[in-house]
Design a protein around this ligand. Structure first.
Ligand SMILES: Cc1cc2nc3c(=O)[nH]c(=O)nc-3n(C[C@H](O)[C@H](O)[C@H](O)COP(=O)(O)OP(=O)(O)OC[C@H]3O[C@@H](n4cnc5c(N)ncnc54)[C@H](O)[C@@H]3O)c2cc1C
Length: 510
């Protein structure tokens, strides 16, 4: 059983083998894998909030829910029992059970905001300084390995475009990320600015009691309408199959279907769009007009499809409770928003669903041997390790498939790596491309043609670089990584180990 955080603790410094940053779905999953696969290692989880959940705790707007199914967004080790799309509360309850059932809670230090992490190649240790929320004191931890599960966006400061005249608006303005659940919107005119998953979630929820909801979007999104049920899961349960088997089989089915869909989106995007339209018509009616609000400009695989359980967005539009405007904002007015084409949309409440500000490594200062790391100067090994930064991984899940599939997969990889280091007496691992980075064509972290949400476009110059060889790319391709990850050769030339007993290898040219 893993030792609790204070295995070596004095008044000033707490030492653990592994420090996990963040108690969101990645941090909790990673803690499980570490306990399960490296039971001899001590660890702690540092979380700046006062509770677990990350994304699912931060967002409190009406109807907040997943847009992935929980058979794949849930962990592979904990069966999901319920409809595929889950509310934030249901996801939090699921995570709570994982924490409870596995004794993870005693390892978590809530209310600890990490400010800085510094690695020393002399000691092969990270020194991590966190500010404790309860008394503002700085607390210091040391660890051999840093497992970054800090997510990808700033939880406190959402992205609000620099709109003209925002101060002139006399109604209530809020970003969806900062929504206060006590807000009363019954009988009010609500304007939602933005498209995508958040806007698609709040629109039908507001429509239930608001006077009217308008969604003002700059450009349309692809919607995938489907009932919130999985027929295979229902059938397997009906014939008495146990829940772990249902979970495993349904995961397999969903991943297979998604793989097929992704391939088809690339090979025959127009045919897929026609099918998506057909699903929409089932809720919106045969004569539903797709132009101009539901015909996206980007290709169908470039961003996550917005899931629409039971066609709820289209039901609200059809019932006249909601409408869509596709236009840009000229400026805010006292009463609402004036669009570029001259229409004034009046509203009592304006909700910005305009996305995130990217957060690279939880916005903390990272230094190695006293040098500040500029992440854009680093090169990524498979989107998880970085040149010049020893003993660290960053968990970045999938954007098109469920995020958590990669949490489980990286859990296996990291535990394998940690065991390999221990078995070989290595206290440090670094990655570097054989022949040096100069031997490769460098490109952005994620190919913008492959995936291009606003927060990444705005923040790409703060993100690590990728190379043109498979190991040095961040493909975001679950199906190829699923096959490649288990075959990673930890004795391969990309890995350089150092330590008392480690087989010393001459460093490659950086
Ligand atoms: C509304 C919404 C819905 C989504 N729905 C889906 C979906 O259906 N399917 C899907 O695959 N993905 C979805 N995503 C993407 C989603 O963010 C991820 O799937 C996943 O929840 C991210 O988990 P995480 O633990 O990696 O990061 P987060 O949930 O962001 O958690 C990171 C944690 O790290 C903590 N932290 C950060 N910095 C520090 C620091 N310096 N010190 C201490 N603690 C720190 C944060 O407080 C937070 O608790 C959604 C995102 C949003 C915003």
């Amino acid at each position: 059983m893993n030792a609790v955080a204070d295995i070596r603790s004095d008044a000033q410094v707490t030492h653990v083998d592994v420090l996990i940053v963040g108690a969101g779905i990645s941090g909790i999953g990673s803690a499980f894998h570490l306990q399960d696969q490296c039971p001899q290692m001590s660890y702690a989880v540092l979380e700046m909030k006062d509770t677990f959940g990350g994304t699912w705790e931060t967002h409190k707007y009406p109807g907040v829910r997943s847009d992935s199914d929980l058979y794949t967004f849930g962990y592979r080790f904990k069966p999901w029992i319920g409809p595929p799309i889950a509310t934030a509360q249901e996801i939090l309850a699921y995570m709570g059970e994982v924490i409870e059932e596995n004794g993870i809670g005693e390892h978590i230090r809530y209310g600890h905001r990490i400010r800085s992490c510094s690695f020393s190649r002399e000691s092969d240790l990270w020194t991590v300084v966190a500010t404790r929320n309860s008394d503002g004191a700085d607390v210091t931890f040391t660890c051999n390995f840093l497992w970054m599960c800090s997510g990808y966006y700033d939880h406190e400061t959402p992205y609000i475009p620099d709109w003209k005249g925002l101060d002139d608006y006399k109604g209530q303005f809020v970003h969806a990320q900062l929504w206060d659940p006590a807000t009363d919107y019954a009988g009010k005119r609500v304007l939602v600015i933005g498209s995508g998953a958040t806007a698609a979630t709040v629109l039908p929820e507001f429509a239930k009691s608001a006077a009217h909801v308008t969604m003002l979007q700059r450009s349309p999104t692809y919607f995938f309408c489907h009932p919130n049920q999985n027929e295979l899961a229902d059938r397997l349960r009906e014939i008495g199959v146990d829940e772990p088997t249902v979970h495993r089989v349904v995961r397999q089915q969903i991943m297979h279907d998604q793989d097929m869909l992704t391939k088809r989106c690339i090979e025959e995007p127009d045919a897929v769009f026609e099918e998506l339209k057909e699903l929409i018509r089932a809720y919106a009616g045969e004569d539903f007009e797709f132009e101009p609000h539901f015909t996206p400009k980007y290709r169908v695989w470039q961003q996550r499809l917005a899931f629409c359980p039971d066609g709820d967005v289209f039901q609200a539009v059809k019932a006249g409770k909601a409408s869509v405007v596709t236009d840009t904002i000229d400026r805010f007015t006292e009463k609402g928003v004036l669009t570029a084409s001259g229409e004034e949309i009046e509203a009592d409440i304006i909700v910005a669903a305009t996305g995130f500000n990217l957060s690279v490594m939880g916005n903390m200062d990272v230094t190695v041997d006293g040098e500040t790391i500029d992440w854009h100067d680093t090169l990524t090994y498979r989107g998880m390790m970085f040149t010049g930064v020893p003993n660290m991984v960053w968990v970045m899940g999938y954007f098109r498939a469920s995020w958590t599939l990669r949490v489980d997969m990286m859990g296996d990889f990291v535990c394998h790596l940690l065991r390999h280091m221990r078995e070989n007496g290595a206290s440090r691992v670094e990655v570097s491309p054989p022949g040096g980075a100069g031997a490769m064509q460098l490109g952005p972290w994620i190919d913008p043609d492959n995936f291009n949400p606003g927060y990444l476009k705005r923040g790409m110059d703060r993100m690590p670089m990728a190379g043109d060889r498979p190991e040095w790319r961040h493909t975001q391709d679950y199906w190829s990584e699923r096959d490649d990850f288990p075959k990673i050769d930890l004795a391969g030339p990309e890995f350089r180990y150092t330590g008392e007993h480690a087989a010393q290898r001459e460093p490659e040219v950086a």
